[in-house]
Design a protein around this ligand. Structure first.
Ligand SMILES: C[S@@+](CC[C@H](N)C(=O)[O-])C[C@H]1O[C@@H](n2cnc3c(N)ncnc32)[C@H](O)[C@@H]1O
Length: 393
């Protein structure tokens, strides 16, 4: 079956995640916001950080424009709701072509009237004043659950794909586990849970695998991995951080651990020197970690100051990579978030980024994204996070 994934705020990053999970060959991008993936079983949205919606593809057609597509869309709506007894909620989201919300709303109201005339059944139209329904609207109106319905009409040049939403990112759940966890620390940065999930997937670890975060801080990556049924080992140089991670993971286990095993172990350790214990050494084939990002910066402090910070972070990263290289098996895969700075629209990378080969690693490339697409940054942030995905040679 073919599924359409509605990609997140940084669509190329989402594509890299999908490529990592499903492989490059089963994946095709369809315009800027959509990826089409061939799968035998229904995918789980809770395992992905970068996809907002998942929809089952119902029909593909060649059309010149939205007007030509509308009768096909209307027919799909009718087929889907004509046998439903109870009143149901329906909505539409259009991607890849500009269509005004007003036009869309008028079309849907017309459809509702025609439908009532033909089938003597009322339906409720969920509208948003926009041409796309947000995740929150889909969620609150249960449009991902039958008999309710969200139809996604995705356009790419003269191709139309029509799909039915089957899963939606649960923003309430994200917010609850992000803001609800007892220990947070703005100074070590606040890794967004969705980015943590993307990093976990880029590290190549699968369900029931084991992941190590050697700069675990308050434990966001560990928390997200445990929720994805991955066992974790976390370490950090700062005992206070390890204590915070411990409190957070205990909270997680209490609140979300009823149906899962949630195995974790934590220790205080300097990642540049740490020798893995035998019980960790052989199973650890995947590392996902947000390393030290330097001090938080509101404004660019000048090139000289950045050079000092870069040297400091480069030293930690290089020493860490050299230290673990000998302890990992060939093929072990890492996804590290390292800092990258913005200076007058110029990117300032760590030096180590260009030295991975000589340190014993191969940087992995993606068919659907290039290296600079793997940089996560919110608007106006001075420090971004560059994701380095690599394999131990
Ligand atoms: C950007 S924070 C990671 C935040 C983390 N993702 C979280 O969820 O809170 C970087 C962490 O690296 C730790 N750190 C710095 N140098 C280290 C080293 N040499 N070995 C291990 N941890 C180190 C810091 O204590 C800090 O907690």
């Amino acid at each position: 079956m073919k599924y359409a994934f509605v990609l997140g705020r940084q669509p190329k990053l989402s594509l890299a995640e999908l490529e990592s999970v499903y492989g490059a060959n089963s994946l095709a991008s369809f315009g800027k916001d959509i990826a089409l993936v061939d799968l035998d079983t229904e995918p789980s949205i809770t395992r992905l950080g970068g996809s907002q919606k998942i929809a089952l593809v119902l029909k593909q057609a060649s059309v010149k424009n939205f007007e030509e597509a509308w009768p096909i869309i209307e027919k799909i709506f009718t087929e889907k709701v004509k046998n439903v007894d109870a009143k149901c909620n329906v909505g539409i989201s259009v991607y890849g072509v500009k269509v005004s919300a007003k036009i869309l709303q008028n079309k849907m109201i017309e459809f509702k009237h025609n439908f009532r005339k033909s089938y003597k059944t009322n339906i409720r139209i969920v509208g948003s004043g926009k041409s796309q329904l947000s995740s929150a609207q889909v969620l609150h109106n249960n449009l991902d659950q039958s008999p309710n319905l969200e139809i996604i009409a995705a356009f790419n040049r003269n191709q139309l794909v029509l799909c039915q939403t089957v899963a939606i990112q649960n923003i309430n759940f994200y917010s609850k586990r992000d803001h609800g966890r007892p220990k947070r620390d703005a100074r070590v940065g606040m890794l967004p849970p969705k980015l943590a999930q993307i990093m976990i997937n880029l590290s190549g670890v699968k369900e029931f695998g084991i992941l190590w975060d050697p700069f675990c801080g308050t434990g966001v990556l560990l928390q997200e991995a445990l929720l994805m049924n991955i066992d974790v080992y976390g370490s950090d140089i700062d005992p206070r951080m390890v204590e915070y991670a411990n409190v957070n993971l205990n909270w997680l286990k209490k609140n979300y651990g009823h149906n899962r095993s949630m195995q974790y172990s934590l220790s205080v350790a300097d990642a540049t020197k740490l020798k893995l214990e035998p019980e960790h050494k052989s199973p650890i084939q995947h590392i996902a970690s947000e390393i030290y990002l330097g001090p938080p910066l509101r404004v660019f402090p000048g090139e000289k100051e950045i050079e000092i910070i870069k040297t400091q972070v480069d030293e930690i990263l290089e020493k860490f990579l050299l230290n673990v290289c000998d302890q990992l098996k060939s093929g072990a895969r890492l996804c590290l978030a390292v800092p990258v700075w913005w200076s007058k629209n110029k990117l300032l990378h760590l030096k180590t980024v260009d030295r991975l080969e000589s340190l014993g690693y191969t940087r992995l490339s993606f068919s659907h994204a290039n290296n600079n697409d793997l940089i996560y940054r919110r608007f106006n942030q001075v420090v971004g996070r560059e994701l380095l995905v690599m394999k131990r040679k």
